[in-house]
Design a protein around this ligand. Sequence first.
Ligand SMILES: Nc1ncnc2c1ncn2[C@@H]1O[C@H](COP(=O)(O)OP(=O)(O)OP(=O)(O)O)[C@@H](O)[C@H]1O
Length: 634
Amino acid sequence: MTLPYSDADAPPSEAHAPHSDTDAPPFDTDVPAARLRDLLGYLRAHRSTIAVVVALSVVGAAFSLAQPLAVNAVIASVGAGEPFGGTVGVLVGLVLGSGVLGAIGLYLLERTAEGVVLDARRALVRHLLRLPVREYDARRTGDLVSRVGSDTTMVRAALTGGLVDALGGSLVFVGALVAMAILDPALLGITAAVIAVAVVGVVIASGRIQALTQASQEAVGAVAAGVERALSAIRTVRAANATEREVARLEADATDAYGFGVRIARVGAVLWPVSGLAVQGAFLGVLGVGGYRVASGTITVADLVTFILFLFMMLMPLGQFFGAVTTVRSALGALARIQEILDLPTEEDDPAAAPRAATSDTSASGVGPGHGAAGPGAAGEPLDVPPSLEPADALLSFDDVTFGYHPARPVLRGVSLVVPRGSTTAIVGPSGAGKSTLLALVERFYEPDGGAVRLAGTDVRELPRAVLRGQIGYVEQEAPVLAGTIRENLLMAAPAADEARCRQVLASVNLLERIDEVPEGLDAVVGDDGAGLSGGERQRLAIARALLGAAPLLLLDEPTASLDSRNEQAMQHAIRSAAEGRTVLIVAHRLATVAHADQIVVLDRGEVVAAGTHEALLGSSPLYLELARHQLLV
Ligand SMILES: Nc1ncnc2c1ncn2[C@@H]1O[C@H](COP(=O)(O)OP(=O)(O)OP(=O)(O)O)[C@@H](O)[C@H]1O
């Protein structure tokens, strides 16, 4: 599937710059306004169906336009005392024909609208899951979710709400206009003057509707984000007796959305009589002046009736146009929020994070550009990297790495350490020292501000992310379990693993017995955030998942944080057996877990302050000794 718009025709920076004062939302949203051509981009993929719909409405329009002429002929025949049955038959055919064509057109239109929603959702979902990790840090999940749900449906309304109808209807409009001009130009003048005033009013007001809709959708996003926030921590909310306060916050957000909705309704309410008055005004004007002209013998009764029929025929597409202007403006308001996400660079095309050329500092190690471009490396495949200047046994190394989530606040300052191949290296240190951040840099969730992280001597920025991540098993601190079955959770990193292998890793983390207790076994369903599993079970499942991936490098972030002592021992055993033939970098608070590690690195406020074995550090590092004392290890 191609994206519904291409950068070539709408560069993000200029495509979404607010282009006029009326379009720039006067509300607290900094999302640039979307333009009609952004919306048309979504229609491009469906242009053949839309062409059919327009063609159907052209034929339908011809059928409609012919109806007053047939009526005129019937009246004339009746007046002249001639037979009129045939003409009535034609009239019935025209009415039925336009009905059938309308039904087919409506179905095709609705289908296309659903297709547009599907395209927008696909593009959004693909994009949302590929954003750089920093974007998720900065945005609220519920708001992102509401863009996939609510905003895409608003875009749908642009099509069904009259845009295509108005396109087809414009032919009826023009046809009726021509017929009216031929019948009586003076009467047409009255009609045109009244309608022109209404059109100007509607177009002006619709700009406000677009801005209000965008603000309203922002408010809906805030409600979704608030609900997500409260539900994801519902136990804490309940335990803190904070339910009422959370409800009040959400109600306030919902009231904001209501406020914008009411303001949209107010603008809409003003618009409605404007178009109604235009219709009535035009009708009364034509009736009055037309009646006078019939009385004075300037036109015939048949011509006046025909003119009025054409007038109504012209008013219908005009109503569609009024409707289309407002729904399209609303859709553009919602589209801006979709485009905002689609315009963000993904992790792959983020220029700051793109693989570097051979001119980078690693070129000294003889690493050529694109050497890892052989395609995504399956988990466990030996890493195809050329020889380097690293110590021969270094699988992973940090070379003078500096990094901060915010430029002003460095979290890591000149960290250098080497993780020898086949070893277990532990990182310990006070809370907030930057331990988890080190692991995040290995996974390339973030890029270092200075220095380099190297895998087998190659700067990780030179490896395609899929290749890099194929070499790593990662258990993050919170050990998330995805909603689904135990099996689905296990197979995430190794989709091809068989039942026997799954059971083997589950046994190695002491989880097999627990899973065999339920009749569904591996196919037992766990809820969002692993509801149905204890904290320790979740962590063991996450470790089993990483082990199943059989990657040569394991990154474990506090894997024993939620384990009781019996399971902790089982886990340590599991990790040690998993570590055989692998390299492990493990972050730990509990020193007992890692006292056996080949190397322990002590991190304090983003700096490596000591490294060595447990025994050596007890003698050489006051901070380590203090940590060990606190944990009653000495
Ligand atoms: N996504 C983030 N955005 C901004 N700041 C962050 C982010 N993650 C961590 N930090 C900050 O970076 C610093 C280091 O965090 P990190 O999680 O690496 O520490 P840690 O040593 O693993 O701590 P702990 O032992 O408590 O897990 C902390 O001050 C933290 O507030």
